[in-house]
Design a protein around this ligand. Structure first.
Ligand code: ZN
Length: 277
């Protein structure tokens, strides 16, 4: 669940300009933790401007509290995690580099219990903790033959501006579209660990994959974007079942707050349809 696809061309360029401007040209990791955070914050600013958030502050607070509680069990760098709730009906969730996570209202509406929502969020936290975005940015840059270009830019200010513009144009569409299947599998594995450490029944994540499958039958459009960037739920459910059997976690399934959120959502005006990009 890792879609940064909705970011506009412009913000993709900003992202790359920052990535390139940071000036670290290590062979396999161009992007430092600090860079990741800066890139994510930049993208987050734009998303905040463009994305309607759920109108009920208690719902937003619930998602934020749940996310922060889960993030305390993440390993790796201390990223400034944040959790926002988009007022979109489509089922989707995604992580930006270095901390920001977005959950669509459709996820909350479709989930039957808190452990399912926690599972989705834990998976997104895992993408951040495992630095998958940094790898994608690095890979995209390398794939476009930009390493040499970067070197030239850093060594020659005169050529810099034109080269940077060319670099941004080349890579805007290729860098941040989606994570690899390996990264998705890793996010499931690490997400299950986070869920278990936080005391949740890890079956929640598997259950939510089944919810997605059922939703696909009822309303294909509502899960289209999710499915375009993720392994098919059938294979994912199979892999997840093994992970969960090996690490069932604690007994936490749901909460009074979750029930309250469901009631509140039912009273809100209909969620927005996500704009097509
Ligand atoms: Zn994912």
């Amino acid at each position: 669940m890792a879609m940064i696809r909705r970011l506009s061309q412009r913000s993709a360029k900003v992202v790359l300009t920052i990535a390139i401007g940071s000036g670290s040209v290590a062979a396999f990791q161009l992007v430092s933790v600090k860079d990741e955070i800066a890139i994510g914050q930049q993208a987050q600013q734009e998303l905040r401007r463009e994305t309607p958030q759920v109108g009920d502050a208690r719902v937003r607070q619930y998602v934020s509290d749940l996310g922060i509680q889960l993030a305390q069990h993440a390993s790796g760098a201390h990223y400034p995690y944040s959790f926002s709730t988009a007022d979109y009906a489509e089922l989707n969730a995604f992580a930006l580099p270095g901390g920001p996570v977005w959950v669509h209202r459709g996820i909350l509406s479709a989930a039957d219990n808190e452990s399912q929502v926690a599972g989705v969020i834990a998976h997104e936290i895992a993408h951040i903790a495992e630095r998958h975005a940094a790898r994608q940015i690095t890979k995209g840059t390398v794939a476009n033959g930009l390493l040499g270009l970067l070197g030239a830019m850093l060594g020659n200010d005169g050529a810099g501006a034109a080269a940077a513009q060319m670099a941004a144009g080349l890579t805007a569409n290729s860098v941040m579209l989606k994570f690899s299947r390996d990264d998705e599998r890793a996010a499931d594995r690490v997400g299950v660990d986070i869920l278990a450490r936080a005391g949740y029944d890890t079956h929640g994540l598997v259950e939510f994959m089944r919810v997605l499958g059922a939703q696909q039958g009822r309303s294909p459009g509502s899960v289209e974007q999710f499915l375009s960037t993720h392994p098919a739920p059938v294979s994912r459910v199979r892999d997840l079942e093994q992970l969960v059997a090996a690490n069932p976690g604690g007994g936490r399934r749901t909460s009074a707050q979750f029930a309250d959120v469901k009631r509140r959502l039912a009273q809100l005006p209909r969620a927005h349809a996500m704009p097509r990009s």
